[in-house]
Design a protein around this ligand. Structure first.
Ligand SMILES: [Zn+2]
Length: 335
């Protein structure tokens, strides 16, 4: 079995009625009727991704709403809760319409002024519906990075809910209002790097929540090439080392890196038990071809296949690790 742990239903999120709803919210209209998207439209939005999964022999994907559209810096706490519920409802329906192919990962109605008790309630609500994990924006200010580190006590209700429900939090950046930080090229990776380092700095977090799990997407940001720097800085500052937070089973990364060299660096730097297969297909750069392979950049399966890992190690990366880190996914998988 091959599980892609990192996918977004971008085409579904770009349905004109969905985008229109958010645009209306942000002009203060607060429509009281949610857009009604037909099952046929939901299925149509997923045709491309299902055909790519079939072509690449990907059995299942953990799918979440479009990350850019979380836009946790915009709107109000009330609007963002409705916006997250709308997107989660669509994700759930898309998963139910494709039995055995997807498991739902939720988005949260974060906002700089939103009490985290409300965000925790959303985790509880959607976990009850079968969601297996939640994307959590470690910035939440649109690339301004003005909030306190996300690991602080202000977010403890979120961490309590995630630990109690046994759902990992995926630290995923969102839209950037800073034009120097294009979201897919910079802001997401800054979120990965910042998220990972804040976890190293958080002295009490894993003492208070020993079973809490975070997934840092995109190969852990700079982790494959900068783990040595972070080992040194951790020693210098008496932070937890990268090896400690990885080795304790609190932090995991995915394989969303897009060439053979960086995939091998990832396998060399990070313990294999901490690496989950992911491709972000077909969200970040749909259809763009890697001239080295003559295939799409986001066919990350090929870089894992081409690596020096043994067959047993590949199967850990392709499925076993994802099943362990996302225990609630089992109900969505074909037996
Ligand atoms: Zn993503």
């Amino acid at each position: 079995m091959i599980i892609d742990s990192h996918q977004h239903f971008v085409r579904l999120a770009r349905h004109p009625e969905v985008e229109g709803f958010r645009a209306a919210q942000l002009t203060g209209k607060n429509p009281d009727v949610l857009p009604s998207i037909s099952d046929a439209d939901v299925k149509k939005s997923l045709e491309q991704v299902v055909s790519l999964m079939d072509a690449r022999n990907i059995d299942v994907a953990f799918a979440s709403p479009r990350a850019k559209a979380m836009a946790t810096h915009e709107g109000t706490p009330e609007q963002n809760a409705i916006w997250a519920d709308l997107n989660n409802g669509l994700i759930l329906r898309a998963c139910q319409l494709h039995p055995g192919r997807f498991a739902p990962v939720g988005m949260l109605g974060q906002h700089p002024s939103c009490p985290s008790e409300q965000v925790a309630k959303q985790i509880e609500r959607w976990a009850k519906e079968g969601f297996v994990a939640f994307n959590f924006d470690p910035d939440g200010t649109g690339g301004r990075w003005q909030n306190q580190p996300f690991t602080g006590k202000h977010n403890y209700p979120v961490f309590e809910a995630a630990q109690a429900l046994d759902v990992p939090l995926v630290l995923h950046g969102s839209e950037s209002i800073n034009k120097n930080f294009p979201h897919t090229a910079v802001q997401y990776l800054v979120a990965d790097i910042t998220g990972f380092v804040q976890l190293m700095m958080a002295k009490d977090l894993f003492r208070d929540f020993p079973r809490l799990r975070f997934l840092i997407p995109h190969g852990g940001g700079a982790l494959p090439c900068q783990i040595g720097r972070w080992r040194a800085i951790a020693k210098y500052n008496s932070w937890a080392s990268p090896d400690e937070i990885l080795g304790n089973g609190n932090v995991f990364v995915d394989t969303c890196v897009y060439n053979d060299l960086n995939m091998q660096m990832l396998f060399d730097a990070v313990p294999l038990d901490n690496i989950l297969f992911g491709s972000e297909c077909d969200g970040a750069f749909p259809g763009v071809v890697n001239e080295q392979t003559g295939d799409h950049y986001d066919n990350t399966r090929r870089y894992v296949d081409d690596s020096k890992l043994s067959a047993g190690d590949k199967s850990r990366v392709f499925a076993a690790n994802a099943r362990r880190v996302y225990p609630r996914a089992s109900r969505w998988l074909k037996s």
